[in-house]
Ligand binder design. Structure first.
Ligand code: PEP
Ligand code: MN
Length: 372
């Protein structure tokens, strides 16, 4: 489906403030005082365009703080009146949309646990029909680009033209450094598929901890994302949700001052520093290759343990023949030379054998030691 976008840059959605388009505010609205104090300080940071606060909070487990509800919309309205900032909140069903619009909320976003569900996104889209409000669609929690694009299409079909995407990372079963895996290749591919769609990075939910926010924000800027959504709180340690990842307004200011914006020196902000961005993409793919190899070696080690328990040799020639023939054929179909595939896979195979050997010989060595 062709997505019809208003031909205005996201920077002009809120008066021209330049790049990054910045959304900040607490994970959750907790009290009127917390909201007003945070907003007042954020209003003094020139880059901030939109004040965010969650009113209805989608929590992983019950019995945690689930948001203040409609009462909080009154506080957001007050923020808008008293600071002049635009205000935004998360909507997860049609009732939320109606309530938020009633209170003059300027920007709605669809959270990661909602964009995963086409029925709910359609319900939200129907509620938005004919309304002129800004809508941002977060990526679904699982790394499924088609589902993300589908959600964006559903919102676009309601006639929303100030529409954008938020990259907040993807959940994974393994414990990783970041709270959610960035899988940068997905937003890069989204940009290729819908070039005019603004993309905002949400380093707070990707990193999950304050110490990662700068490096993730910088990466997003280097990949030419349009904006950032960073959670901030007047007193992060006391936050009722996501305490570890929120910044004080002062720390936000400091983070922004350290961001290097490699903007093209041209009057067209859409024109990229092409080489720089392409190199960033190469770095993303290289990281991805390393992650994949790490995962492959972990599987090899599991196989090693299994072979050891069952007394099977490491090298099974027929299996290796099968692999190399299969990958060479697949590689040719992808335009890769058989020489490249042969070299890479022989090296990977050797590394797998080394990992399996290590697993197999571990116990043996210990036993030998015991006999000494
Ligand atoms: C949020 O932005 O507060 C939020 C709940 O995010 P996500 O949907 O990305 O988990
Ligand atoms: Mn949050």
């Amino acid at each position: 489906m062709e997505i019809k976008l208003k031909n205005i840059l996201i920077q002009d959605w809120a008066g021209h403030k330049g790049r990054p388009f910045l959304i900040s505010g607490p994970c959750s609205a907790e009290t009127e005082e917390q909201v007003m104090q945070t907003a007042t300080q954020l209003a003094n940071i020139k880059e901030v365009s939109v004040f965010r606060a969650g009113i209805w909070k989608p929590r992983t487990r019950p019995n945690s703080f689930e948001g203040v509800g409609i009462e909080g919309l009154k506080w957001l309205r007050r923020v808008k009146q008293e600071t002049g900032l635009l205000v935004g909140t998360e909507v997860a069903n049609e009732k939320h949309v109606y309530e938020a619009l009633k209170y003059g909320i300027d920007m709605l976003w669809i959270g990661a646990r909602t964009s995963v569900n086409p029925f709910t996104v359609q319900e939200i889209s129907d509620a938005l029909s004919g309304v002129d409000v800004m809508v941002l669609v977060k990526n679904p929690i699982n790394p499924d680009l088609e589902l993300w694009i589908g959600a964006i299409e559903r919102i676009a079909r309601a006639g929303i033209t100030r529409i954008g995407a938020i990259h907040r990372g993807f959940s994974s079963y393994e414990k990783t450094l970041y709270r959610n895996q960035p899988n940068w290749q997905l937003p890069i591919e989204l940009r290729r598929r819908i070039p005019d769609l603004p993309i905002i990075c949400d380093p707070s939910h990707i990193g999950g901890a304050r110490r990662f926010l700068h490096e993730i924000s910088q990466k997003a800027m280097d990949l030419n994302f349009d904006g950032l959504m960073l959670e901030s709180h007047i007193d992060p340690a006391k936050a009722l949700s996501d305490a570890a990842q929120q910044l004080t307004p002062n720390d936000l200011k400091e983070l922004l001052s350290r961001l290097i914006l490699r903007n093209p020196s041209t009057s067209d902000p859409r024109l990229l520093d092409v080489l720089g961005e392409l190199r960033q993409q190469i770095d993303v793919y290289d990281d991805h290759l390393l992650d994949l190899m790490e995962q492959r070696m972990k599987v090899a080690e599991t196989i090693g343990r299994y072979k050891k328990e069952n007394n099977i040799t490491i090298l099974q020639t027929t299996r290796w023949d099968e692999i190399i023939n299969k990958v060479i054929a697949k590689g040719i179909a992808k335009g890769l030379s058989p020489e490249l595939i042969d070299t890479i896979f022989k090296a990977i195979h050797q590394e797998s054998i080394n990992h399996q050997m290590k697993v197999m010989n571990n116990g043996v060595k210990n036993k030998a030691d015991e006999n000494l």
